[in-house]
Design a binder for this molecule. Structure first.
Ligand SMILES: Cc1ncc(COP(=O)(O)O)c(C=O)c1O
Length: 467
């Protein structure tokens, strides 16, 4: 059978090391009891730290999950009809929750929301609405590997990178924006907009007010769109505070053309830790975009059942406020645990203030300053050390040696074990270097042997007996 060109074309990005790492993890997943030498998944930006808060709420509010309103069943109402405009009660609750996360500095009109099956669908839908095949969006690097699939694959739209190097902390600058714009033109691509993630995936940093103003001025001057993917907006646990693009826009005159060209993507996959529920949204001030995206949302709606449950949950203001605060506290502690652990192994990270991951600098562990060496190190870390982390190259980073390491999708014990594996690995490299220096011989075999030895040593049970 021959597939269509669309189905067969490889712009999906599935063969990137980001997805390959997940496949390797699936073949040999770590389990404390059944597979203590397995691979620990640190390549998945999932938030499992606050499930107990959601579960307690569910236990205290059983009616919401059992299709009841004021004691009466609404099963038929939910089962029969799905209006693609979404349940008004849910849109109100989501708009309120989005404002709450932004410290109520901005408000959101529920009529400007389009509901989608996660941010994946929100991003693709927006691109479908704003650009034609062979037009382009500019994205700062490094960026979320899923964007190749979400923005390019089915839409036929191109991504042109805005190159952001480590020398200025991966920040977005005016020359980098202009250069990306120029390169797109050189490739005969009409630039339709800029897409940023704020806080950034994979950097874990929020955009500064200067960067946000720079972006708004840039899209204003060029007459193009700005999409701000704010899926991690509720995960900011350290100062500086998160500033939404809508806050920046609200300081400019309302109802202008610019006002209509700025759009937000949001989802409950990260802030509430519910990627399985597939709850996302587009927020736009442009009625035409809202209408077009609403029509397109037919291809990826959120089930009424999910909307109903979450409308009740998020309307519980006391719960929502407490959840956001407590979740950020837990993320902060976890992130500090990872940073301290890596520091002990002589590994530093980009200073970050949000997200579910750290952007880790392993340039000193590369055998050469190349992406080949980055892949070589990554394979060692996956197969020998037993950690699936994401290489910078999968995020289109311009410099080899950076890795994204997730910390919120596992227990504290598992993170502790992961840190110990890293430390032993780095120590083994150092001791091999010393041995090599003494013996002046090839280190390949001896290094491999010593790595395998310590991986076996570091099983969970061994760790328990060491206590
Ligand atoms: C920046 C960014 N956008 C979108 C998504 C997709 O999220 P969802 O699960 O809501 O589709 C992710 C998931 O990792 C992400 O990191």
């Amino acid at each position: 059978m021959t597939l269509s060109k669309k189905a067969a074309c490889n712009s999906h990005g599935q063969d990137s090391s980001y997805f390959l790492g997940w496949q390797e993890y699936e073949k040999n997943p770590y389990d404390e009891v059944t597979n203590p030498n397995g691979i620990i998944q640190m390549g998945l930006a999932e938030n499992q730290l606050s499930f107990d808060l959601l579960e307690s709420w569910l236990a205290a509010n059983p009616a919401a999950a059992s299709f009841k309103r004021d004691g009466d069943s609404i099963f038929r109402e939910l089962a029969l009809f799905q209006d693609y405009h979404g349940l008004p009660a849910f849109k109100n609750a989501l708009a309120q929750f989005m404002a709450e996360i932004r410290g109520n500095k901005v408000s959101f009109d529920p009529n400007n929301l389009v509901l989608t099956a996660g941010a994946t669908s929100a991003n693709e839908t927006l691109i479908f609405c704003l650009a034609d095949p062979d037009e382009a969006f500019l994205l700062p690097t490094p960026y979320y590997p899923g964007f190749d699939r979400d923005l390019k694959w089915r839409t036929g739209v191109e991504i042109v990178p805005i190159q952001c190097p480590s020398s200025n902390g991966f920040r977005i600058t005016a020359p980098a924006l202009e250069e990306a714009y120029r390169l797109a033109q050189k490739r005969n691509l009409k630039v339709k907009g800029v897409l940023v993630t704020n806080p950034s995936n994979p950097l874990g940093i929020t955009l500064s007010l200067d960067e946000l103003n720079l972006l708004v001025n840039f899209v204003d001057a060029k007459g193009i769109h700005l999409i701000s993917d704010e899926i991690y907006s509720g995960t900011v646990f350290n100062s500086p505070d998160f500033i939404s693009i809508m806050e920046v826009l609200s300081n400019r005159s309302a109802n202008t053309d610019l006002w209509n060209r700025v759009h937000i993507v949001y989802s409950l996959s990260k802030d509430l830790g519910l990627p399985g529920f597939r709850v996302g949204a587009i927020y736009s001030n442009d009625a035409l975009v809202v209408a077009a995206a609403t029509k397109m949302s037919s291809f990826g709606l959120i089930s009424s059942q999910t909307q109903y449950l979450l409308s009740v949950m998020l309307s519980d203001e006391k719960f929502a406020t407490n959840y956001v605060v407590e979740n950020q506290k837990r993320l902060k502690n976890r992130h500090e645990m990872l940073v301290r652990g890596l520091e002990k192994a002589g590994i530093s990270c980009l200073k970050s203030n949000g997200g579910l991951f750290r952007w880790v600098d392993m340039r000193h562990l590369l055998s050469s300053k190349t992406f080949e060496a980055e892949m070589e190190l990554w394979k060692k870390i996956v197969y020998d050390v037993g950690l699936n982390i994401s290489p910078g190259s999968s995020c289109h980073c311009v410099e080899p040696g950076w890795f994204r390491v997730c910390f919120a999708n596992m227990s504290e014990d598992t993170l502790d074990l992961a840190i110990r594996r890293v430390k032993s690995f780095v120590d083994s490299i150092a001791s091999n270097k010393n041995d090599d220096g003494l013996r002046c011989s090839s280190s390949k075999n001896s290094r491999r042997k010593s790595i395998s030895k310590w991986v076996l040593r570091l099983s969970f049970h061994d760790r328990e007996s060491e206590r």
